[in-house]
Every structure is written in C-alpha cells, then in structure tokens.
Write a protein that binds this ligand. Structure first.
Ligand SMILES: NC(=O)c1ccc[n+]([C@@H]2O[C@H](COP(=O)([O-])OP(=O)(O)OC[C@H]3O[C@@H](n4cnc5c(N)ncnc54)[C@H](OP(=O)(O)O)[C@@H]3O)[C@@H](O)[C@H]2O)c1
Length: 220
C-alpha cells in the first residue's frame, strides 16, 4: 500500500495520539500538528518511544496541513470548523479524514446532531468540493487505539468520493480494524449518532468499549 505523509491536526490529543501510534507502526510518515510547536514536539518525542524508526515531525497545524498528503482532524467538536477554516487553502485536492463526534455535554448519551445534519456534512459544506472529506473512527475509543490490543469494532467510512473512501479503508485496515463503505457524507450522521448509543450501552450494560460489527455473507 502507498506510504503517505499523514498530518494529524490536534494530534497531541487522545484520538490523534492513538491514530499516530497505529499508522506509525504501519510505516507511514507522521506529522503531529498542534496550535503550539512545543506541544507537538512533546507528542513526537512520545510517539518515537513506541515507534523509534518512524519518521515523525512536529508542526503547527497550518504547516502540518500544508505538508500532509492526507490530513486528519482530531480536535474537539466545538473547534472543528474554526480549525478547518484556518487551514482550508492547504486542504485543496486532499483527503481530509474527520473523526469529529458532535456530542453535546452534559447529555452525551443523547443524539444531538448539528443543524447541518452531521459534523462530517458541515465540514464538507465549509471546505467545498475541492476537498474530499471522509469521516471515520467515530465509534472507536482513543485509548484502545493507543494500546497494543486487537480492536474488534468495525469502522464506518462516509464520504462523497468512492476512491477517497477506498484509501481511507486501507488506512483503517492498517490501523488494525475493518472498514465499511457507509456511503455519502450525509451518512456520517449515522456513525456520529451511534456514539451516543454506544455510550448508553456502556453505561446500562456495565461494559466498556462497546462497538459495532457488520455481519453478512458473501454472495459469491
Ligand atoms: N477520545 C475518544 O475516544 C474519541 C473517539 C472517537 C472520536 N473522537 C473525536 O475525536 C476528536 C478529538 O477527541 P480527543 O478526545 O482526542 O480530544 P482532546 O484530546 O480533548 O483534544 C485533541 C486536541 O485538540 C486540540 N484542541 C483543544 N482545544 C482546541 C481549540 N480551542 N482549538 C483548536 N484545537 C484545540 C488540542 O491540541 P493542541 O493543544 O496541541 O492544539 C488537543 O490536544 C473529537 O472530535 C472527538 O469527538 C474522540
């Protein structure tokens, strides 16, 4: 599979750290983006403890977005649009993987999607058709990604361009999970909403890390 430079905006945080660890192990060059270079440098130092041979660089988010072949957004939902707006020119022609789950505290176990329909749709609306927004990983716990464990949950991949979803599917597999085509960006609403349901399942059934698995039989 192609080895890309993957720039993770907000890659200092919980989910970004987990994805960086997994894609670094798969051999990709990683750029950790942050609002501050110092914070990104600390994250790179930590990443190199688990993947000492991985080429990893620290940058501010704007430089990271410009340098990445593929850009990943892992910032809190309230800062999704402002962060994307600040780097939008650097995203043209690229795949943007958006992991945002628009939970609204304190009722995070209740589905409360934004007026645009979903976080993925509002990102695509903001960035326009020049950017291939693909949403994924909304139902995967950050610390599972960070640990050296097998992840049983599947990943729903939504986005308007099949080729972009195909590329993200490869990256999902390289991170150790199965991915499934979930259709156009509007369908990101289902994966985002599912997170609140999984939170309820965790609470009411006293389990951790509930997730989904797609079942079925091949027709051939
Ligand atoms: N945590 C999970 O298990 C999980 C699972 C699935 C999806 N998600 C989604 O993944 C995204 C990140 O979640 P997380 O738990 O990793 O978040 P987080 O650790 O709280 O924050 C991630 C990073 O966002 C940056 N950030 C914080 N405030 C910001 C602001 N005002 N403007 C711009 N950047 C800011 C910070 O980076 P710098 O300070 O370095 O700039 C921070 O390290 C969210 O959209 C969440 O819905 C999370």
């Amino acid at each position: 599979m192609a080895q890309d430079t993957i720039a993770i905006l907000g890659g200092t945080g919980d989910l970004g750290t987990g994805l960086a660890i997994r894609w670094a192990k798969a051999g990709h060059k990683i750029i950790i983006g942050s609002r501050t270079l110092e914070k990104a440098e600390t994250a790179v130092t930590n990443l190199q403890k688990t993947s000492p041979d991985t080429p990893a660089q620290a940058m501010e988010n704007g430089d990271a977005a410009a340098a990445g072949d593929i850009v990943v957004l892992t910032v809190p939902a309230d800062h999704q649009l402002s962060t994307l707006d600040s780097v939008r020119d650097s995203l043209k022609g690229k795949i943007l993987i958006d992991v945002t789950v628009p939970l609204v505290p304190p009722k995070v176990g209740t589905v409360q999607l934004p007026p645009e329909g979903s976080a993925g749709k509002r990102a695509q609306d903001l960035l326009g058709d020049d950017v291939m927004v693909v949403t994924a990983f909304q139902n995967i716990a950050a610390h599972l990604l960070q640990e050296d464990v097998k992840i049983e949950c599947d990943v729903l991949i939504a986005g308007n361009k099949k080729a972009a979803r195909d590329r993200v599917m490869e990256l999902v597999e390289e991170a150790g999970m199965n991915g499934w085509h979930a259709g156009p960006i509007e369908n990101s609403a289902a994966a985002e909403a599912l997170t609140s349901i999984l939170i309820q399942i965790n609470r009411k059934h006293d389990i951790s890390h509930s997730g989904i698995k797609v079942v079925g039989q091949a027709d051939h």
